[in-house]
Design a protein around this ligand. Structure first.
Ligand code: C2O
Ligand code: CU
Length: 476
């Protein structure tokens, strides 16, 4: 991986660069910093990129502006963002701004919030960016294939008063299911993936390249913005020899604290901002390992200390981020609802609703559905709301994972506080937009329903979403 300070591109050079699809990708992320204008262009199209190293041929991908990940959009909190999205794919698409609290019509959900962008057409997204943090963008149309083929990119909203760091870096993590010729296996949405733990791949990339050594310097303070763009893989990163401090979950500030048990856990779509102080000596090297799946631990990359320390002692200034603008839930008088997540293999034979009919699990499976929310398997993005919330009121939703599987559950249009897990109050009451639930876990989330519209509420293992684990929450 290239460890230099990321180059900053003006809009003009970015557009020029985006024309050269083929060779452009063996590069670090390209931040888009608009000097005066906040207008950006994304073109979704087929491309080729060197994903996994010189020994292999380029991989055919679908990409924004020819790069995987797509360009890093970087704006300041409070900015207005305009992005024109041109669809040069052979099928419809949309862009969803994951985690940003945008107006409903800008949320990028096909048929529910907009007409999908047809091949050859352009859609202009435009909205204010209310909160600082680490976000990302991706299609919501056939996401289980479009995202898996490479359509995603980071969206960074800078604080008005950032914390002091030596480097502010984004690592977009993805895992790919590649065949031996380095081409993407096209078994998207197969029933086995759908009914088990999703499309877990076999090749890891960080910022679109097989990770390599990562050069650091003694005394450095690095802010690492981690984004899990994988369809299904859950990461638990352990940084040997270091003590990562979590400063934000899903873009939202949290009291800085050491990553619990030294593990940085990210379900699909989740982000984490961590600060790492490089406290070791010149020439030393430390391995970052992913330990999430027992027995399948693997080395991600090594942190390698260069010969010259940057300074003797890491910076001492605060790493605490200023709060964002979410209204505080009124936990003295919330309205409560239970939500049940069901289905999957080893879930027992249940009945579910599909397309308005009551059907057996076997019939659901025959129709390519494997999962339910409150007993309903979604068959598309447009559906009757599972809950209708009164605008401005505080809600506590108890999410019950009645399955044998992990699910990262995402709510559009809002961030929520995770207030308890299995009856135990959480230590940090963290704001999130995607909460990873363990098998059989009961998790309570709390938020003010302040953003009107119909919002998707779904599992972000994209095969589970396609397999029915999706619903609509209406705020009216
Ligand atoms: Cu990241 Cu419904 O999306
Ligand atoms: Cu799931």
């Amino acid at each position: 991986m290239n460890t230099k300070e990321l180059p900053r591109f003006s809009r003009r050079s970015f557009l020029a660069a985006s024309a050269g699809v083929a060779a452009a990708t063996a590069m670090p992320l390209r931040p888009l910093v608009a000097a005066e204008s906040h207008e950006y262009s994304l073109v979704a199209a087929r491309g080729r990129t060197r994903l996994i190293g010189a020994k292999y041929p380029d991989t055919a991908v679908w990409a924004y502006n020819g790069t995987v990940p797509g360009p890093e959009i970087r704006v300041r909190q409070g900015d207005r963002l305009r992005v024109s999205v041109e669809n040069r794919l052979d099928e419809e698409t949309t862009v969803h701004w994951h985690g940003l609290r945008v107006p409903n019509a800008m949320d990028g959900v096909p048929h529910l919030t907009q007409k999908p962008i047809a091949p050859g057409k352009i859609f202009n997204y435009e909205f204010d960016v209310p909160d600082a943090g680490t976000y990302w963008y991706h299609p919501h149309q056939r996401g289980f294939e479009q995202v898996a083929r490479g359509l995603y990119g980071p969206l960074i909203v800078e604080e008005r008063e950032p914390i002091q760091v030596d480097r502010d870096l984004t690592w977009v993590l993805d895992d790919w299911r590649l065949k031996s010729d380095a081409q993407i296996s096209d078994d998207f949405g197969n029933f086995h993936d759908m009914s088990h733990n999703g499309r877990v791949g076999n090749s890891l990339t960080v910022n679109g390249r097989a990770p390599d050594n990562f050069a650091v310097r003694g005394g450095e303070r690095i802010r690492l913005r981690l984004i899990n763009a994988a369809n299904a893989r859950i990461f638990a990163l352990e940084f040997a020899g270091h003590r990562p401090m979590v400063i934000a979950y899903d873009g939202q500030p949290v009291d800085p604290h050491a990553a619990p048990n030294g593990r940085v856990i990210l379900g699909p779509a989740m982000r984490m901002d961590i600060v790492i102080h490089m406290t070791n000596r010149p020439g030393e090297r430390f391995t970052v390992t992913d330990t999430f799946y027992k027995g399948l631990e693997y080395r991600v990359l090594d942190l390698v200390y260069g010969p010259k320390p940057l300074r003797d002692r890491p910076l001492q200034s605060s790493i605490s981020l200023a709060a964002n603008t979410m209204p505080e839930p009124d936990l003295a008088a919330p309205i409560r609802h239970d939500v049940q997540f069901g289905g999957g293999m080893m879930g027992g034979m249940m009945m579910g609703m599909m397309g308005g009919n009551r059907v057996s699990m076997r019939d659901m499976m025959r129709n390519g559905k494997a999962w339910t929310i409150n007993g309903v398997a979604a068959t598309g993005h447009v559906m009757d709301p599972l809950l209708t919330l009164a605008r401005g009121r505080t809600y506590v939703l108890a999410l019950n994972n009645d399955t044998a599987w992990h699910h990262p559950i995402h709510l559009h249009g809002h961030s929520f506080r995770v207030i308890s897990r299995n009856g135990k109050p959480t230590r940090h009451r963290e704001w999130q937009d995607t909460v990873l639930m363990s098998p059989r876990e009961r998790t309570e989330i709390a938020f003010v329903a302040d953003n009107p519209g119909d919002w998707m509420f779904h599992c972000h293992i994209l095969e589970h979403q396609a397999g029915g684990m999706m619903g609509v929450i209406r705020v009216a």
